[in-house]
Design a protein around this ligand. Structure first.
Ligand code: CMC
Length: 430
C-alpha cells in the first residue's frame, strides 16, 4: 500500500503523506502543501476535509454505521444508558459498576445552580427562546468556577464534566419553567439523570411527576443516540473555539449556538411543525414531497451530509417512538403521517437518486412530544444529549500535543487594489 500521494502542479511534483484510519479510511495530509507549493485546497462546507484524527466516534455514511469508541450504536441503544454512554465517550471506556456509581453521585451533587445564577433567568423575556437561554447560561456558568477555566489535572476535568453534564439539564428545565411562568423545581439527587430532568420539568409543588419506566427509557435512548456524531457543525464549532484555548464552558456554549440552526439541531422542531401542518390540512403529504422536489423548501428530517443510507439513529428512534406510544396507549397522527411521508419519499426518484433518507431528527420529535416536551425545547434536548460528545472532542483536542489554532484560508475574489475615492466623487451607477 502506498504511503504517499503524488500531486503535480504547474509541472512541479509534490509527495504528500497518506494517513489511514482504523477502519480503512484514507486521507492525504496536505498540511505542508501551502508552505511547499504556495497552494491551498478549496472545500466549501468542508465536505471533503478532515480537520483532525479522532478516536471517539466512527461513522460510515455509505453503510449506515455509527459506533462510539468502537461500540455499535444499536448495542449501546439496547444495553446502555445515557450516563454510561456519556462516560464511554468522555473517558474512553465503559465504566465499571463502581465508576458509574461514583459518577452518578457526582452528577447528583452537581445538579444545583448557584443561587445568583437564577437571577439570569429573570432577565430573559418570558417568550425568549430556550436555546438562547441555554447558550447564555452555560457560558455564564464558567464565571462561577474560575478554577476550572484552566484545566490542569484529570480531577479538574472530571469536576468540569460533572458540572456541565448535570447542570445543562437543570438549566434546560429552568428555562422551560420560566417560559411558562411556573415555579422552579429544584433537582432531587435521589433520582436518576432522566427522572430528575422530568421531575424539574413537570413536577409542581403540590404534585410530584412520576414518569413511567418506558418514558424514562425513551428519554435515555433519545439522549444516547444524540450523544456524539463526530465532526458535525456544532462539534466542529466546539473544536474551533477550543482551539484558541478558550475554556470548556465557553466552547460548549458556542456549540449550543451552532446547533440551533434549522439545518442542524433545529431540524427536529422543524419536522414537527411540518408534520403538524400536514395534519392540520395546510399541506398534503404528496404536496409536501412535491414542493421539496421543486426546492421550495427542504423536507425536514431528510438527508444528511454523511449518511447516504439509512441513518442508524433514525431506525433506533423510529422503533422507540412506536414502543413509547404503545406503552402510553397513545395513537399519534403525526407518527402515521411521518411513516407515510417516509414511504412516499423513499420510493420517489428525487430522493432515491440523491440518497436522501430519514435522519435522526425525523422520528425524535414524536418521542419528545409523547414525553410532553414542547416543540421549542426540542433543540435544547438535542443539546443535552450532545454535551458528552462536545466535551469529549474538546478534551481530545486539548490533550493533543499537535493541536493548533483553527485558522482556515480562503481564496480572495474581491476587487483588486484600488485608490480611496473622496465622498464628493462617489457615484452609484444603479
Ligand atoms: N429535502 C429536499 N431536497 C434535499 C434535502 C431535503 N431534506 N436534503 C438535500 N436535498 C437535495 C439538495 O437540494 C441537493 O439537490 P441537487 O443535487 O439537485 O442540488 C442534494 O439533495 C444534495 O443536498 P446538499 O444541500 O448538497 O446536501 P448537504 O450535505 O449540504 O446537506 C443537510 C445536508 C442535512 C443539511 C440537508 O440534507 C438538509 O437540509 N436536510 C434537511 C434538514 C435536516 O433534516 N437537518 C438535520 C440533519 S441530521 C442531524 C444534524 O446534523 O443535526
Amino acid at each position: 500500500m502506498q504511503d504517499t500521494a503524488t500531486l503535480t502542479i504547474d509541472g512541479q511534483t509534490y509527495e504528500l503523506p497518506i494517513v489511514r484510519g482504523t477502519e480503512g479510511e484514507v486521507a492525504i495530509d496536505i498540511s505542508s502543501l501551502r508552505s511547499r507549493a504556495k497552494v491551498i485546497t478549496l472545500d466549501p462546507g468542508y465536505a471533503n476535509t478532515g480537520a483532525c484524527t479522532s478516536t471517539i466516534t466512527f461513522v460510515d455514511g455509505e453503510k449506515g454505521i455509527l459506533r462510539y469508541r468502537g461500540y455499535p450504536i444499536e448495542q449501546l441503544a439496547e444495553y446502555s444508558s445515557f450516563v454510561e454512554t456519556a462516560m464511554l465517550l468522555i473517558f474512553g471506556e465503559l465504566p465499571t459498576k463502581e465508576e458509574r456509581a461514583e459518577f452518578r453521585t457526582m452528577l447528583g451533587d452537581q445538579a444545583l445552580l448557584h443561587e445568583d445564577l437564577l437571577h439570569h433567568f429573570d432577565g430573559f423575556p418570558p417568550n425568549g427562546h430556550p436555546m438562547a437561554i441555554l447558550a447564555a447560561v452555560i457560558n455564564s456558568l464558567g464565571t462561577y468556577y474560575p478554577d476550572l477555566l484552566e484545566i490542569r489535572s484529570d480531577e479538574e476535568f472530571r469536576q468540569a464534566v460533572a458540572k456541565l453534564i448535570s447542570k445543562v439539564r437543570t438549566i434546560a428545565a429552568f428555562s422551560y419553567r420560566k417560559s411558562r411562568g411556573l415555579p422552579i423545581i429544584y433537582p432531587d439527587p435521589r433520582r436518576s439523570y432522566c427522572e430528575n430532568f422530568l421531575h424539574m420539568m413537570f413536577s409542581v409543588p403540590y404534585r410530584e411527576y412520576t414518569p413511567t419506566p418506558e418514558a424514562l427509557r425513551a428519554l435515555s435512548l433519545f439522549l444516547l443516540v444524540h450523544a456524539d456524531h463526530e465532526q458535525n457543525c456544532s462539534c466542529s464549532t466546539v473544536r474551533m473555539v477550543g482551539s484558541s484555548e478558550a475554556n470548556l464552558f465557553a466552547s460548549v456554549s458556542a456549540g449550543v449556538s451552532a446547533l440551533w440552526g434549522r439545518l442542524h439541531g433545529g431540524a427536529n422542531s422543524a419536522v414537527l411543525t411540518m408534520l403538524e401542518q400536514i395534519r392540520d390540512g395546510d399541506l398534503s403529504v404528496r404536496e409536501c414531497v412535491e414542493r421539496a422536489k421543486r426546492k421550495e423548501f427542504r423536507l425536514m428530517g431528510f438527508g444528511h451530509r454523511v449518511y447516504k443510507n439509512f441513518d442508524p439513529r433514525a431506525k433506533v428512534l423510529k422503533a422507540a417512538a412506536k414502543r413509547l406510544l404503545t406503552s402510553l396507549n397513545v395513537q399519534d397522527d403525526l407518527l402515521e403521517i411521518a411513516q407515510e411521508l417516509e414511504d412516499i419519499a423513499l420510493s420517489d426518484d428525487y430522493f432515491v437518486e440523491r440518497k436522501l433518507y430519514p435522519n435522526v431528527d425525523f422520528y425524535s420529535g414524536i418521542i419528545l412530544r409523547a414525553l410532553g416536551i414542547p416543540t421549542n425545547m426540542f433543540p435544547v434536548m438535542f443539546a443535552m444529549g450532545r454535551m458528552p460528545g462536545w466535551i469529549a472532542h474538546w478534551h481530545e483536542q486539548f490533550q493533543d500535543p499537535n493541536a493548533r489554532i483553527h485558522r482556515p484560508r480562503q481564496i480572495y475574489m474581491g476587487p483588486a487594489q484600488r485608490d480611496y475615492i473622496p465622498m464628493h466623487a462617489r457615484k452609484r451607477t444603479s
